[in-house]
Write a protein that binds this ligand. Structure first.
Ligand code: GLC
Length: 440
C-alpha cells in the first residue's frame, strides 16, 4: 500500500511501484563526455561545438578512478534509496556496450562498459536502479538538426537535414531502449528527456511524440518492464490512454503538488547541487546545508520525491563539494529519516517557517526557521499524546491548552492551540524535527 499517497487522499498506484513514494529520495547521476569539458552538460549546444571538435572528449575519455561501488556506498550513506544514471545524454555518447553505435565507452581509451558495473554496484547496496535516456541526440547522423542542436547555425543546416531521417533515428532509439531494458535485469525507473514540439528555429521544427514515436516506445517499455516507472517527457497524448507515471518538475520547489486533470499524480522533483547536471568545475552556486535539507523536506511535505544530482569528474570520482553535500544528507537522515521515508503530506496546517510531514498518527514538525522559545500550532492543542525531538528523542513539553490565560505568552483559554516549549538554543541539527505522537 502506498501510504504517502493515501495520506494525500489520491492516486491508486500499482503495487509494483509503491516503493517509490515510500523511498522518497534518490540519486541522479549525469556522467558523459561533458565531464571532460567540465563546464555544463550542454556545452556542445552552448558553444555550438561541431562533432569533429567534440571528438576530443571521446578520444580522451578515461575515467580511470571509476568505482561504482564507491558511488553506491556514498548514495546509500546519504540516505538515497534509488538511482538514475544517464545511460546516454543529449551528446549521444553511450556508457554501455551497445550494438547500435560505435559512440560508446568501450571504444574510448577507457575501453570498458560502465553500465553493468553500475547496475551491480547499486543493487549490491540495496538501491533500486534506473536509467536516464536522452531522446535528443547531437551525435547521431540521422537526428535532424533543430533549434537546440549544436549545428543549428551552420549555413548548410537545412541542406544537411535532407539526408537525415528521424524515422531511422527513432528506430535506433527504440533498439537501444530494448537493449537497456533487457540486458540489465529489473530496471525500476526510466527517465526520458525531453520533448520540445513547439520550438521551431530558422525553419527547423522542434521534436515531440511523432518524432520519437512515443506511443510505440511506451508500449515497448511497458512490455519489457511491467513495473517500471516512466518519466513524463515523452510528449504523450493526455487523452487518458497514457496515464502519467511520473511528473518531473526540475530545479524548483513546486508551490503546490502537481496534478494531472485535477487528480494527484506521482511526482519527483530533480535538483542539482550547483546548477549544472554534468560536472562543472567553476560553478560556484553550491547550495548550503539548509537549502539541501529543506528542499527534501519541502518536497516530501507536498507528497513528492527528490532526485538529487551528482556530476562525477572525468576521472570518475565524486568531487569534494559533492561528497560534503551527500554527507549533509546522510547525517541529517540518519537521525531524521523517520519524518521522510514512508511519510507524506499532513492534513494539518503548518505554522510559518515550518513544514509538516505525517505518517499515521505521527506528525513531524520541521523547524526550518528556529523560533524563540515557542511555536504555536492551531487546532492541535488537545490532540497530542507525546512530543519529542527526533534527533535525540528528548521530550518536548507543551502548554496546557485548557489553562487560564498564560500571562507570559497570552494563550487564550480554550483556543485549542498547541504551544510547544523549545530550547532557546537551536540544537546542532540543520533543520530540527519535532515528532508529535497524536492520540488514538
Ligand atoms: C534538462 C536538461 C538536462 C538534464 C535534465 C535533468 O532537461 O536538458 O541536461 O539532464 O534537465 O532533468
Amino acid at each position: 500500500m502506498d501510504s504517502a499517497l493515501t495520506v494525500s487522499g489520491g492516486l491508486d498506484s500499482s503495487a509494483g511501484k509503491a516503493w517509490f513514494s515510500n523511498d522518497r529520495f534518490g540519486m541522479f547521476i549525469h556522467f558523459g563526455l561533458y565531464a571532460l569539458a567540465a563546464r555544463h552538460e550542454w556545452v556542445q549546444h552552448r558553444e555550438e561545438i561541431a562533432p569533429e571538435t567534440y571528438a576530443k572528449y571521446f578520444e580522451n575519455f578515461d575515467p580511470d578512478l571509476y568505482d561504482p561501488r564507491e558511488w553506491a556506498r556514498r548514495a546509500r550513506e546519504a540516505g538515497m534509496k534509488y538511482v538514475v544514471l544517464t545511460a546516454k545524454h543529449h551528446e549521444g555518447f553511450c556508457l554501455w556496450d551497445t550494438k547500435f553505435t560505435d559512440y560508446k565507452a568501450t571504444n574510448t581509451p577507457y575501453g570498458k562498459d560502465l553500465l553493468k558495473p553500475y547496475v551491480e554496484a547499486f543493487r549490491a547496496e540495496g538501491l533500486k536502479v534506473g536509467f536516464y535516456y536522452s531522446l535528443i541526440d547531437w551525435h547521431h547522423p540521422q537526428f535532424p538538426i533543430d533549434g537546440i542542436h549544436p549545428l543549428r547555425n551552420h549555413p548548410d543546416a537545412l541542406e544537411m537535414n535532407k539526408t537525415r531521417d528521424v524515422k531511422k533515428y527513432a528506430e535506433y532509439m527504440h533498439n537501444q531502449v530494448r537493449e537497456l531494458l533487457t540486458g540489465f535485469g529489473e530496471i525500476s525507473v526510466i527517465w526520458f528527456d525531453f520533448s520540445y514540439p513547439k520550438r521551431e528555429y530558422k525553419g527547423m521544427p522542434g521534436k515531440g511524440r511523432a518524432d520519437w514515436q512515443s506511443e510505440e516506445l511506451i508500449g515497448l517499455v511497458r512490455e519489457l518492464q511491467p513495473n517500471i516507472i516512466v518519466g513524463d517527457r515523452l510528449d504523450l497524448p493526455t487523452d487518458g490512454n497514457f496515464p502519467k507515471d511520473l511528473a518531473t518538475p526540475e530545479q524548483y520547489t513546486p508551490r503546490v503538488a502537481p496534478t494531472i486533470n485535477g487528480k494527484p499524480v506521482r511526482w519527483e522533483v530533480c535538483h542539482t547541487f550547483s546548477g549544472s547536471w554534468g560536472y562543472h568545475r567553476d560553478e560556484n552556486t553550491w547550495k548550503d546545508a539548509g537549502q539541501l535539507i529543506n528542499i527534501l523536506i519541502d518536497t516530501v511535505a507536498l507528497g513528492g520525491n527528490l532526485l538529487m544530482n551528482v556530476g562525477p569528474t572525468a576521472r570518475g570520482t565524486f568531487d569534494k563539494r559533492a561528497v560534503t553535500a551527500l554527507e549533509t544528507y546522510g547525517e541529517w537522515l540518519h537521525v531524521n529519516g523517520r519524518s521522510i521515508y514512508g511519510a507524506g503530506p499532513s492534513e494539518y496546517q503548518a505554522p510559518a517557517g515550518t513544514r509538516f510531514t505525517q505518517k499515521g498518527n505521527r506528525l513531524y514538525l520541521h523547524l526550518q526557521t528556529w523560533p524563540f522559545r515557542h511555536v504555536h500550532i492551531p487546532g492541535l492543542g488537545r490532540k497530542v499524546k507525546y512530543a519529542q525531538f527526533l534527533h535525540d528523542a528528548s521530550e518536548i513539553h507543551w502548554l496546557d491548552p485548557d489553562a487560564e490565560v498564560d500571562s507570559n505568552i497570552g494563550v487564550a483559554v480554550g483556543d485549542g492551540m498547541l504551544t510547544l516549549e523549545l530550547p532557546v538554543l537551536k540544537p546542532d541539527v540543520v533543520t530540527p524535527v519535532v515528532e508529535l505522537i497524536l492520540k488514538g
